[in-house]
Write a protein that binds this ligand. Sequence first.
Ligand code: KIV
Ligand code: NA
Length: 265
Amino acid sequence: RKAVTIPALQAMRDAGEKIAMLTCYDASFAALLDRCGVDVLLIGDSLGNVLQGQTTTLPVTLDHMVYHTECVARGNHSAMVMADMSFGTLASPEHAFNCAVRLMQAGAQMVKVEGGAWVADTVRYLVERSVPVCAHVGLTPQSVHAFGGFKVQGKSNAAAEQLKADALALQDAGAQMLLMEAVPAALATEITNMLHVPTIGIGASAACTGQVLVLHDMLGIFPGRKAKFVKDFMDGQSSIEGAVRAYVQAVKDGSFPAAEHTFSA
Ligand code: KIV
Ligand code: NA
């Protein structure tokens, strides 16, 4: 297939086509996910959880992110490679840019930043300097201690209004994509319809332009309780490749997420 670029992702959104995204941390999985038609590979700082055994993403360093981005970039052929800006990289626009340069030089084509309107200046600074940005709002895991736990965001009217204002501010700042995590389905649908850039949901809404899951979650490899928005795609499959293809198919045809994977306000 042709390389998945930012204009290609925008064209998918404009044509009503769904975007399938998964996290990825190494070259072997990068090759497999690319071959199965996953559009975007996210080197998520969830690697702190699934690779390092941490309980939060806060201990993940930029050096960790750079290393895994290099691994993924080597295995990938045509998918878009997106890397998370780890905790502490958003101290200032200048600091964020220097961190983003390291991720881009490691092979990222786009970076993801957690935060609302307060991070818009940084988003603008990055985008102006040729670093494409996906903004991540809602349950931003780097804010776990500020939130007091991993909780659905945007539930009250005031919080929903704030989230809408954040989404618009981030799009205005130049973010080429918006990822929403653990927000009520109706709100995620409204924000998707409000924006002109693609939206990606995780525990958000089937109406989002695309979906993302943590690779280990969708393969059923995780300790403890399964989050509501996770579906184990190994169920009924005899290979990892089968599970990934089932995920891509379910995202593309809109059957994932089902109502049971989303939140009501
Ligand atoms: O780090 C990660 O895996 C993420 C996704 C869950 C969106 O940010
Ligand atoms: Na992340």
